[in-house]
Ligand binder design. Structure first.
Ligand code: ATP
Ligand code: MG
Length: 595
């Protein structure tokens, strides 16, 4: 709640003006009934035409004033609410962008979307209401009571009865509806979740012909939400007519009681009419105040949900005093060429690294140590689920190691800013991700200043030129949302090209060659060696062929390092590796590989 309130601070000047305008509006509106009473009692009853004109003119001026104040107030209130909502959405988006993988898993994507749309909307609506009514209604209410008492004390019991009835009605719906609001947002979350999952998995659902089943699941969630919505709306729809009934009833009561007083000469007709208007104002103000009390808790639920996201402290943060690459080397007095001094080289070192996913009981990686040197290829092989992807995700700090250290150029990566670190890394994820736009715009994620030549060069290395040449628009060919209009292998090659455009010191390929045929795989590796051979290459692969020539191969088994060395060394020493190799290659091929 507090977190969200912070976003209204810049708009305090607006809010002050709103208060002034609304105060003006209240004062104007309160003045009107008195003049009306005068027109009737002094003008109409006594037949004084000039008096009617004079007072009428004053009333028109006051009415115009009311209108002006109301419009100015409304305008500023809407503006304040819309602008602060924009700031909140902006903050939410920024926050989520900085989330590490662990925090993203904590809130579901669907919930994050509901929070930054529906919840912000609810807060915005309430803000308009609050700015408009929270000041205006009490002003009007108190002012009307004072004026009504000035007009006639003996009628005050009528307003008393009305207020009593309103309190009872409002309190009833308050207790009935309020607890439902929180549930309502949760159900909305659930609906969005199912909707999102179903939409992205539509093809799979069709292939397994489970549409009926899925429809049922969706219907249940949908009906759940609808039931609750209906309940809330039903409660609300009872409330409004009831309140109207009370208002009309009081109107009749006032006329009835007033008529008696007029008959007894204790009240004038104009005064009774003025009193009627003040009474209505009192009731309306009271209504608004109670409505605000109903709206606030609902908005509070939303504000809390927004605050929960904004308050998360990302587990992966930049150090207070970030180090720079090269410092450690220079401090150690290591020789470095004049030109390269202070420049990152891209040496990656794991020192006794263990890692467990947040909330996981078992360690995914255990006691991993190795050095990946620039100019050399380090390959990682192992069965599915052995922790290959998890291992390389530690290098760009998608997660932090639970124990041990990951170093780049001798600097613990937790001592460098995430930006500096990731600037050195070209990461190609296991599942290629492309964004809607063009091929060029996707490649420019690697480097926004990349020229066409840069991009073509990267595409050539990634063996993607032939496929680009087929496209009518070349680099400007459209990429659909999520890259659905390119094949798996094309997506992989574009992802590789994107990393190449960046020209980093460290390349990380997570099984990026899996969707390529053998020939392309080979050509791509040769091109990589030639073009970026002096960078550090870390390659995860399932195929022995892909990694056989690597200077260093790490064999992972159940998160532990089962072997480390070249292909030949591992064939001698590592059973696990030998098994994988034999299952994939014939003795003959192995022999050939050795030569
Ligand atoms: N986000 C996550 N949260 C919790 N556990 C995870 C998460 N991602 C992976 N794991 C677990 O960690 C283990 C290693 O997964 P990882 O993705 O590193 O395997 P992998 O070697 O890359 O497998 P593959 O060859 O299939 O890609 C698996 O047992 C998996 O269930
Ligand atoms: Mg993997």
């Amino acid at each position: 709640m507090k977190t969200v309130l912070k976003y209204y601070k810049p708009y305090v000047p607006y809010i002050i003006f709103i208060v002034l305008f609304l105060f003006g509006q209240a004062m104007c509106e309160l003045a009107l009934p008195a003049y009306m009473s005068d027109i009737i009692d002094e003008g109409i009853v006594k037949g004084d035409m000039p008096y009617i004109w004079r007072t009428g003119a004053i009333m028109i001026v006051i009415s115009v004033g009311t209108l002006a104040f109301a419009m100015a107030g409304d305008f500023l209130a809407a503006r304040t609410a819309a602008k602060s909502s924009r700031d909140i959405r902006h903050a939410l988006f920024n926050k989520v962008t900085n989330f590490s993988a662990a925090e993203l898993e904590e809130f579901s994507t669907a919930s994050l979307i509901t929070r930054s749309t529906n919840d912000v909307q609810t807060v915005q609506q309430t803000t308009v209401m609050l700015l408009r009514m929270a000041i205006f209604a009490p002003c009007m209410g108190i002012g009307s009571v004072v004026r009504a008492l000035q007009t006639s004390v003996s009628l005050s019991w009528t307003v008393g009865i009305a207020l009593g009835a309103i309190v009872i009605i409002m309190a009833g719906s308050f207790f009935l509806v309020l607890p439902k609001f929180k549930v309502l947002q949760q159900k909305l979350d659930r609906m969005n979740l199912i909707m999102k999952e179903r939409l992205s998995g539509m093809l799979v659902i069709r292939a397994f012909t489970t549409e009926k089943h899925e429809q049922k699941r969706f219907d249940i969630a949908n009906w759940d939400l609808t039931k609750l919505n209906l309940f809330v709306n039903k409660a609300m729809s009872f409330m409004m007519p009831l309140l109207m009934f009370v208002m009309n009833g009081v109107g009749i009561l006032i006329v009835w009681a007033g008529a008696h007083l007029i008959e007894a000469d204790k009240l004038m007709v104009g005064d009774m009419l003025a009193y009627l208007q003040y009474a209505m104002h009192v009731i309306m103000s009271f209504l608004f105040v109670t409505m605000i009390f109903i709206m606030i808790p609902r908005a509070a639920v939303s504000a809390q949900r927004i605050g929960a996201v904004l308050d998360v402290e990302p587990t992966i943060t930049d150090p207070a005093e970030p180090a720079a690459f090269g410092e450690a080397e220079n401090a150690k007095g290591t020789q470095c060429e004049e030109k390269a001094c202070g420049m990152p080289r891209g040496l990656v070192e794991f020192k006794n690294v263990s890692f467990a996913y947040p909330d996981a009981e078992e360690k995914t990686l255990e006691d991993i140590s190795f050095i990946a040197e620039p100019g050399k290829t380090t390959a990682i092989i192992g069965g599915t689920g052995s922790g290959k992807s998890s291992l390389i995700k530690l290098i760009p700090r998608f997660y932090d190691a639970s124990e041990g250290q990951v170093l780049v150029d001798g600097v613990d990566i937790r001592d460098i800013t995430q930006h500096d670190l990731r600037q050195q890394i070209g990461y190609i994820p296991q599942k290629g991700v492309l964004f809607s736009g063009t091929i060029a715009s996707n490649l420019q994620y690697g480097d926004s200043d990349a020229t066409e030549t840069d991009m073509m060069e990267a595409l050539e290395t990634a063996q993607a030129t032939a496929f680009i040449a087929e496209k009518a628009n070349g680099l400007d060919e459209e990429i659909a949302q999520g890259g659905t209009n390119v094949s798996g292998g094309q997506k992989q090659r574009l992802s590789i090209a994107r990393a190449l455009v960046k020209k980093p010191k460290i390349y990380i390929f997570d099984d990026s060659f899996s969707a390529l045929d053998f020939k392309t795989d080979k050509a791509l590796r040769a091109a990589l060696k030639e073009k970026v051979g002096d960078s550090t290459l870390i390659i995860v692969a399932q195929r022995i062929n892909t990694i056989m020539d690597a200077e260093q191969i790490l064999v992972l088994e159940d998160g532990k390092l089962a072997g480390k060395g070249t292909h030949d060394e591992l064939m001698e020493t590592c059973e696990v590796y030998k098994e994988i190799a034999l299952s994939q290659l014939s003795e003959e091929e192995l022999e050939r590989g050795r030569k």
